[in-house]
Design a protein. Structure first.
Lengths: 256, 268
């Protein structure tokens, strides 16, 4: 009498979708990529692609990529690894990161060939940036194109509710970035007619022109132990994308 | 609609493209609310579109609903009622989630695995400690570590792999007879000295029904299902039986030097 409903879904596995401008299925793409030759030769940008859902492969041709320190698992060709102090943001960035608690240890990988990255078997999600800004926690950022600028931004109460401090990392420019999540991230669109509300523990990143506001439903019931269980929420309005993971970090809101 | 479409990039969902009462991916489930209500375990909602209210079960307005479909007053504090209209995403520690339809049926599930259910189902505590029973017609969402496998009795299953069972009588314990009757085998199983296979004990199911197994032996952290009233004749109720022999689930730690069940076997 029990019916199993959803064995599998017809939805495309988004964590396995090939990134922009990559010949899907090509294992080594050091030669000319027939689909998007312009992207390879004229911009000289590192090519990000996922191999499975937990390993990121980056093809570099003389250009560089910034990645979380120690996340390289294999490489092919000639590579040089250089640790960047203070996230490669110069002295000012270094001081800011130290002050804001958004420390990240980043290395620069430069060379010819393919480099594979992974971190604790976390799921990896690719993000394409076209001149917009990605806001992500430094612990969830795996790799960025070296052409992208990274920095820190104030997040206010939203950050505090996640237990991640009051600041977050920004990535801006044009290129690709890879972010980590516990379980494949779901990408949700925020548009003026469809605002989105997210649990702080499941939020990992957002991009675009989005306003966020912090909602607290803490009432006397919460203090009585009869709260709604979702006492803190972040509301996103505007125009952009929000990445959520199918798992919740432990937050101060977790038990309220 | 938006400038952030990513052709060839990851699939982007909005309220129109999100499925209604279906999986978004194996780890995320989307529930559509149209003025209706769902019971869900605290902290399993990860995001929602629309206007949805989350209220603790102690909320006075929900009294009638709780009376008809929630019969586990002892763990009411773990559950909330979501109501409103919109689409809501549920997920649990990146475990696999699936929905199941019950049609005038009953299903018993490990308390930690149940995420959400429709109020047309009634939730009750199972007589088996740590399990909850859903009775009626409706949909519920449950998590498992790895995909769920469906088996038919008669079957013996590993205690750690059991997620739940539907329509069949409650299971009983089964011990590997040849292994446990011998003194040496018994000692090995109790102490682990000399090696124990770890498969000396199973749950046995008989009768007609379905048994749900997960494809790993990792248990999920379980919320407390609450203590049942301390009454004679209630399993796990805390009242000692006439023989003074506690059940396996009594939770009394075995003292060092105590031989446990062997003691009784030797008539000590």
């Amino acid at each position: 009498m029990i019916r199993f409903v959803n064995g599998s879904t017809s939805v495309l596995p988004l964590w396995q979708t090939a990134p922009l401008g990559v010949c899907s299925g090509s294992f080594s793409t050091r030669g000319a990529c027939s689909l998007h030759p312009a992207a390879r030769y004229f911009r000289g940008v590192a090519m990000f692609r996922l191999q499975g859902s937990k390993v990121l492969a980056v093809d570099v041709t003389g250009d560089a990529v910034k990645a979380k320190n120690g996340s390289m698992v294999a490489y092919d060709g000639q590579m040089a690894f250089k640790k960047l102090s203070g996230g490669g943001e110069g002295l000012r960035g270094m001081v800011t990161r130290r002050l804001t608690g958004e420390q990240m240890t980043v290395m620069e990988v430069r060379g010819q060939g393919t480099c594979w990255f992974a971190d604790r078997a976390s799921e990896i999600n690719l993000v394409a940036l076209r001149g917009d800004t990605l806001y992500v926690e430094s612990s969830n950022l795996l790799a960025t194109d070296a052409g992208l600028r990274t920095g820190t931004a104030f997040t206010g109460l939203r950050g505090a509710s996640q237990g991640n401090g009051l600041f977050t990392t920004t990535v801006e420019g044009t290129g690709q970035a890879a972010i980590l999540s516990d379980g494949p991230a779901v990408v949700l669109r925020v548009s003026p007619q469809y605002p989105l509300t997210v649990d702080p523990g499941a939020y990992i990143a957002h991009q675009g022109n989005v306003r966020q506001s912090f909602q607290s439903g803490v009432t006397f019931r919460t203090l009585m132990g009869e709260g709604g269980g979702e006492a803190f929420q972040i509301r996103f309005e505007g125009d952009g994308l929000v990445y959520v993971q199918p798992s919740e970090r432990n937050t101060i809101a977790g038990d309220l | 609609m938006s400038g952030y479409a990513s052709a060839g990039g990851p699939v982007v969902f909005d309220p129109v493209t999100l499925p209604a009462d279906d999986n978004v991916n194996p780890y995320t489930f989307c529930v559509e609310l149209k003025g209706s209500q769902w019971f869900l375990q605290k902290g399993k909602m990860i995001a929602y579109y629309g206007s949805i209210d989350f209220n603790g079960i102690g909320h006075g307005r929900l009294d009638r609903l709780v009376r008809t479909s929630f019969h586990s007053p002892l763990h009411a504090s773990d559950w909330v009622v979501a109501e409103g209209s919109g689409k809501m995403l549920l997920a649990d520690r990146a475990f696999d989630v699936n929905s199941y339809d019950l049609d005038q049926g009953n299903l018993t599930v490990r308390a930690g695995n149940l995420i959400a259910f429709q109020p047309s189902l009634a939730l009750k505590q199972s007589i088996v400690p740590g399990f909850l029973t859903l009775i009626g017609t409706g949909k519920f969402v449950a998590a498992s570590n790895g995909p769920v496998v469906f088996m038919e009795p008669p079957i013996r299953v590993d205690p750690q792999a059991l997620v739940g069972w539907a329509d069949c009588p409650s299971p009983c314990h089964h011990y590997d007879h040849a292994y446990l009757t011998g003194v040496m085998g018994g000692l090995r199983a109790m102490t682990g000295i000399g090696g124990a296979s770890g498969e000396e004990h199973q749950f046995e199911f008989t009768g007609a029904g379905t048994v749900l197994l997960q494809s790993s032996e990792t248990l999920m952290a379980e919320p407390s299902t609450g203590a049942v009233p301390s009454e004679p004749g209630v399993p796990g109720g805390g009242a000692a039986g006439p023989m003074g022999s506690g059940t396996g689930a009594s939770g009394v730690p075995r003292l060092p030097g105590q031989l446990g069940d062997l003691q009784r076997r030797f008539g000590l």
